[in-house]
Write a protein that binds this ligand. Structure first.
Ligand SMILES: C[S@@+](CC[C@H](N)C(=O)[O-])C[C@H]1O[C@@H](n2cnc3c(N)ncnc32)[C@H](O)[C@@H]1O
Length: 359
């Protein structure tokens, strides 16, 4: 790969890959296929991840009139690719915390030359990443939250109980932060129950946490996805009406905790809003109610709506009207998308537009 470099602790990749040797970067397997074999396909990533609410995102940011976009969750580059194709005058900085995503998206977007730049990092660092990339002030920032199919379908990453694998779940394993298995060992029973209850909305959270503690005490802690899925299945009474596997909520909760997903989202929204030019647009796609609530409230606050509790006599939340809400109700996928892509069923897109400063 050419054009790589490091600035302030972040690794940058430009898209001059010169036929990058993906094989030498051991970034795992996808659906049992090694990345080196994926390289053989012309655009192998097409089948890996279906971008959600793609046209709706282009419309809501008015992509054709944008010049400088930040895609804070590059993934496999689906949204970025659409923006670059749709808006010839536009450049995109794609951020992702996952090395494999950066690698594959960069390869996929190679043909756009200098119009695309990738930056490895967490979007909670968006201000620093944008400054270090030297791209100037963005006029649109988008984020499509959660994990990509690349991560979810990679057996070795431990995001899914469909495969037996070490219970990892880190989107960025280079930080050395705890894996999901380590978190279950290091965290006490009450806190595990809280994580599973709050982030997974699982009503049997205490029972699951107790079983995890019992396994820790027996000297045989949970270390794999299958072990955790079996433990949850035994702890939770499964109703025949349940459409989803009983471990789904616990897996979601752990993934959110391991990657500190809600914390970083709050910080991201504040910094992204600050970064935008006047008339700049921030658009975020969420996949569960916890994320959506954070986005909705943060957007309300940026649009000047006071979020103080009703009994407080004076506003203390600091709400100031700096944005206009473009989506009174969130945009959701239409029937065609729902039929084609089951993952889209819980997607919600919200957007705000920065007002011009009053002089
Ligand atoms: C749903 S995928 C994005 C898919 C992309 N829009 C596409 O169409 O191909 C989410 C991506 O965001 C990345 N991601 C999630 N949280 C992040 C964070 N806090 N900072 C940086 N990247 C993050 C994940 O690693 C994943 O690759």
């Amino acid at each position: 790969m050419t054009g790589g470099g490091r600035t302030r602790g972040h690794t940058f990749y430009t898209i001059k890959f010169n036929g990058a040797d993906v094989r030498s970067l051991s970034i795992g397997t996808i659906r049992g296929e090694s990345l080196s074999s994926l390289k053989m396909h012309k655009d192998a990533t097409e089948f890996l991840h279906r971008s959600v609410l793609l046209q709706e995102t282009l419309d809501v940011i008015d992509a054709v009139s944008r010049h400088n976009v930040v895609d804070a969750t590059l993934g496999l580059g689906g949204h970025t690719k659409a923006i670059l194709e749709f808006s010839p005058g536009c450049s995109v900085l794609g951020i992702d915390q996952d090395d494999a995503a950066i690698m594959i998206a960069s390869k996929r977007l190679e043909r756009f030359g200098p119009r695309f730049t990738a930056a490895k990092g967490n979007f909670s660092d968006v201000a620093r990443l944008v400054e270090a990339a030297g791209i100037g002030q963005p006029d649109a920032i988008i984020a499509d939250l959660g994990v990509s199919s690349l991560q979810f379908d990679d057996a070795s990453r431990g995001f899914s109980f469909r495969f037996d694998a070490p219970l990892d779940m880190r989107m960025d394993s280079s930080t050395g932060g705890p894996t999901a298995a380590e978190l279950l060992i290091e965290t006490d029973e009450a806190d595990i129950a809280n994580i599973i209850y709050e982030y997974g909305e699982e009503r049997f959270s205490r029972r699951i946490a107790r079983r995890i503690r019992e396994r820790n005490e027996s000297g045989d802690p949970v270390t794999t996805t299958r072990q955790l899925a079996d433990l949850v299945e035994r702890a939770v009474r499964r109703s025949p009406k349940d459409k989803i596997h009983p471990a789904t909520r616990t897996f979601q909760a752990l993934r959110i905790a391991v990657n500190r997903e809600l914390e970083v989202l709050e910080r991201f929204i504040v910094d992204a809003a600050e970064l935008l030019t006047a008339k700049g647009i921030l658009a975020i796609i969420t996949f569960h109610s916890l994320e959506d609530r954070i986005v909705k409230h943060a957007f309300q606050k940026l649009s000047g709506k006071c979020t103080c509790p009703p009994r407080i006599p004076q506003c203390v939340c600091g709400a100031k009207k700096a944005f206009e809400i473009l989506t009174r109700k969130p945009i959701v996928p239409g029937d065609a998308e729902l039929k084609e892509n089951a993952r889209s069923r819980s997607a919600k897109l919200r957007a705000i537009k920065k007002l011009e400063p009053v002089v």
